[in-house]
Structures are given as structure tokens and as C-alpha cells.
Design a protein around this ligand. Structure first.
Ligand code: SF4
Ligand code: SF4
Length: 432
């Protein structure tokens, strides 16, 4: 469900003032067995076993790929439990009690730059596959499949646009570790054979542009440039980002690789650095905690497998005098609303937004057409909504509901406060 808050413009300011990160290292971590792309998982450990940080504890199965499951702490395995993941779905998790010793698995070893420099595409792809790297912006698509493309790639684009309001986890990551992002980009260019790297960022984020330009100087042997893009939503939608970053307009529905472009989110790029340099899977990530119902909004570095309530506690908890809150996992436009903070931080959790819950009653559609004018993929959200209500699958198909990128704009602009995006999402599911 799209957050119906109207306070977004006030909170845009916050991201600039967010303090230096704090770190969540919880007593228990929960590692998800199912994901949106892997429906089954074999467990290689049992209750009572001792596991090390970075040790394989199971294997997930997607339709056409397998994915090792890693422990993000050292400690003892407890019972499996059911909890909500960042998509708001209840799935099974392996619960591990953290011993706070961070005893690394033997496989976690550093690679010297001289060794990395000689690595082939196949070797880098194999590391990325073995470490189970996925799109950390939320898509969760296996990174190795993207990187293993047979197309000729001329440009790797790192998407640092973060265009949804309130979000700043990528911003913090770059501010704190720009060299890791550039190293990740270097490895991605090496693997793909790209002659050019572009980091796409909003031109309004001046301090970020400054840091990135300094890094370009440090990495001047590589052909990396900074694309300073306009500040609008959805500038971070990859088709808009690629157009702004390379001038190439990838038609909707086509793969960017066909046009010589490979795109990665900032956190994904940094995870490639961790995997290639340190042989590490994703064990930590940056998460933004923001919204008007939390005392100390900030971006936090957290252990993957912590719980949202751990992050809220570290943000000094909920504000007093608020009866009911709405928790959104992800951004206000594309995130998922849940009614609890008992949710696990998975590798794809970019942000947690907590608002004072104000109930909005939907009103009848007044046919204003605002949802149609604002749709970036030129489909008709209101007509799809009506077809969904009639359960008319043929009409949903004919109205090209599948083109929807779930940007949330149709719900945001709706005069009658209708959750139009939810209807379109439902329509997409109906036609499979
Ligand atoms: S959510 Fe889908 S239908 Fe609605 S505006 Fe965005 S792309 Fe269009
Ligand atoms: S924006 Fe809302 S009220 Fe206007 S046409 Fe679309 S669904 Fe109807």
C-alpha cells in the first residue's frame, strides 16, 4: 500500500541533516529461507549448531538458479520461526543467537589488488554467484545473471539517484565509503568489459557530487564520470536514469544490456566490492529510519537479519502521544505498509518509514484523469482499476497493466485518495 501522507515535502529536508550512522548489532538475527525469487530452501544446519560469520547454512532454490544462504553473525542456531520480511509477507527464518565475537568462516579472505587485476569475467561472475549477491535496491535479481550477459557492454551505470522522498541509505553509504563504491564499479567494469563507468546522482545533492568528483580524481585511470541529473520522481527509474546518464533511451520492456548498458544500485555495487575484495556475502547494510513518528530519524548501518524494532529502538523510539503508527518498509511511493515493527531487515531493506497513522477514507473516482497524466509509462491506471473490479482479465491485458513499474504516482496524485497502485498491482498478478 502506498503511504498517503501529505507531509513529504517537509521531510525532504531531513535527509541532509541526518547524523553520522549508528550501528545495530542485535542479540538475534533472522535469515530468510524464502525470498520473493526463491520459494524453497534446504537447511544445512540444525538447532544447537555453532555457525561462523559468512558460513553457508542452507541453499535457496529459484526457478532457474540456486543461491547459498549465509549466516550474518557467529553464534548458535535456534529454532526456525515465521516472521514478516520486507515485502510484508510472512516467511520462514533461521534464528541465530549472536555471540558478538564475529568469528569469520575460513572462506572469508582478502584478495590482493594484483590478483584481482588479473581476474577474468568468469572468475568475477563466479564470486558474485557464490556470494549470492542480488539487487539490493529492492529488486533482488541475482547479480551474477546480469553480469554474465553475452551482450557487448560499453557503460556500467551506478544508480545513486535515490529519488523517493525520505530515503538516504545510498547517500550515507557514499558519504562514508566512496572508495568502496568506486572499487565495486571498477570490478564491474573489469568483468563486463565496459570502457566507461557513470555514477548517476541528483544535481541537488551538492555534497555528494563533491565527494564523487574527488573520487573520480583518485580513480583517474578509469573512465568514470558523474552524471548530475534533474530532481524529479521517478528519476531513479532505470529507464530515466540511463537516459540522463548516457543519453540512450532504452524502450520500455527491453533489456538495457541490449543497448550496451549495465545498471546497478549503489549498495549492490558496494556488495560487489565486499565479495571480490574480501570474499564476503552481504552481512551488513545501510537502512534509513525516517518519518514524523520516530524521535531520531537517521541512516543506520545494521546487521542483515536484525529486526525493524531494533532500528526504531536505536532511533530513540516512537514519539510520545502518538496512538497509532504506519510502518512502511521501503520508500513512501513504492514501499509496503505493515501494521507492526516486528519485521526482519533483509538484504533488500533500504528504509523504514514511520508515520503517525492518519486514516484516509477512499472517495469515489471523480474521473479527473490525474492518474493518467502522471503515469510515466503511459498506461491508464483508472481503467485498469475498473477492469480489476470487474475481474476482466482481457481488459487488464489490453490496457497493458504489465508495463506498470509500481512507482506509486497514480495513488499519490489521486484526488479521491484511492489506492490506485494497489489495484494495478493486483491486475498484474491476475494476468500473471
Ligand atoms: S504505479 Fe504503475 S500505473 Fe500507477 S503511475 Fe506508476 S507506472 Fe503508472
Ligand atoms: S486520479 Fe483518482 S479520481 Fe482521478 S481519475 Fe484517477 S482514480 Fe479517478
Amino acid at each position: 500500500m502506498i503511504a498517503k501522507t501529505k507531509k513529504i515535502s517537509n521531510y525532504k529536508q531531513l535527509k541532509k541533516e541526518l547524523p553520522t550512522t549508528r550501528y545495530v548489532d542485535p542479540e538475534y538475527v533472522y535469515i530468510n529461507m524464502d525470498t520473493q525469487r526463491c520459494k524453497t530452501c534446504g537447511l544445512w544446519v540444525q538447532e544447537g549448531d555453532y555457525v561462523k560469520l559468512g558460513q553457508i547454512i542452507g541453499e535457496r532454490e529459484g526457478g532457474f538458479f540456486k543461491q547459498p544462504v549465509y549466516s550474518t553473525v557467529s553464534g548458535h542456531v535456534e529454532k526456525t520461526v515465521r516472521k514478516l520480511d520486507s515485502s510484508g509477507k510472512e516467511v520462514e527464518f533461521i534464528k541465530i543467537r549472536n555471540d558478538f565475537k564475529d568469528t569469520y568462516d575460513e572462506s572469508i579472505t582478502d584478495r590482493p589488488e594484483s590478483v584481482i587485476a588479473k581476474m577474468t569475467k568468469e572468475e568475477i561472475v563466479e564470486i558474485v554467484k557464490e556470494k549470492a549477491l542480488i539487487g539490493l535496491g529492492g529488486a533482488a535479481f541475482p547479480t551474477y545473471i546480469k553480469l554474465d550477459t553475452k551482450e557487448d557492454i560499453h557503460t556500467v551505470v551506478i544508480n545513486a539517484v535515490e529519488c523517493e522522498p525520505y530515503l538516504s541509505s545510498d547517500y550515507r553509504l557514499i558519504m562514508d565509503h566512496p572508495e568502496q563504491v568506486f572499487k565495486g564499479l571498477q570490478y564491474l567494469m573489469q568483468a563486463s568489459g565496459a570502457k566507461q563507468g557513470v555514477v548517476a546522482v541528483k544535481k541537488t545533492k551538492k555534497e555528494l557530487v563533491e565527494i564523487l568528483e574527488r573520487e573520480v580524481e583518485r580513480f583517474k585511470d578509469l573512465n568514470i564520470k558523474i552524471a548530475k541529473l534533474a530532481d524529479f520522481y521517478p528519476q531513479g527509474w532505470e529507464i530515466e536514469t540511463f537516459k540522463g546518464a548516457t543519453g540512450i533511451k532504452v524502450p520500455i520492456g527491453e533489456l538495457p544490456m541490449k543497448y550496451g548498458i549495465l545498471g546497478f544500485n549503489v549498495s549492490t555495487c558496494q556488495s560487489v566490492f565486499e565479495a571480490v575484495k574480501h570474499n564476503l556475502p552481504v552481512v551488513k547494510r545501510y537502512v534509513t529510519v525516517n518519518g514524523d513518528a520516530v524521535n531520531f530519524p537517521q541512516s543506520i548501518r545494521t546487521r542483515v537479519g536484525a529486526q525493524v524494532k531494533d532500528l526504531i529502538r536505536l532511533s530513540d523510539g516512537y514519539k510520545e502521544g502518538i496512538d497509532k503508527v504506519e510502518v512502511i518498509i521501503g520508500g513512501p511511493m513504492m514501499g509496503t505498509s505493515v501494521e507492526t515493527d516486528d519485521v526482519v531487515v533483509t538484504p533488500t531493506t533500504t528504509s523504514v518509514l514511520i508515520f503517525e497513522n492518519i486514516d484516509y477514507d477512499e472517495e469515489p473516482c471523480v474521473r479527473c484523469g490525474s492518474c493518467i497524466y502522471s503515469c510515466p509509462v503511459d498506461i491508464q491506471p483508472v481503467s485498469i482499476m475498473n477492469a480489476v473490479k470487474r475481474n476482466d482479465k482481457k481488459a487488464i491485458e489490453a490496457l497493458e497493466a504489465k508495463k506498470c513499474i509500481e512507482c506509486g504516482l497514480c495513488a499519490y496524485v489521486c484526488t479521491s485518495k484511492i489506492h490506485v497502485t494497489d489495484y494495478v498491482r493486483k491486475g498484474k498478478k491476475l494476468i500473471g
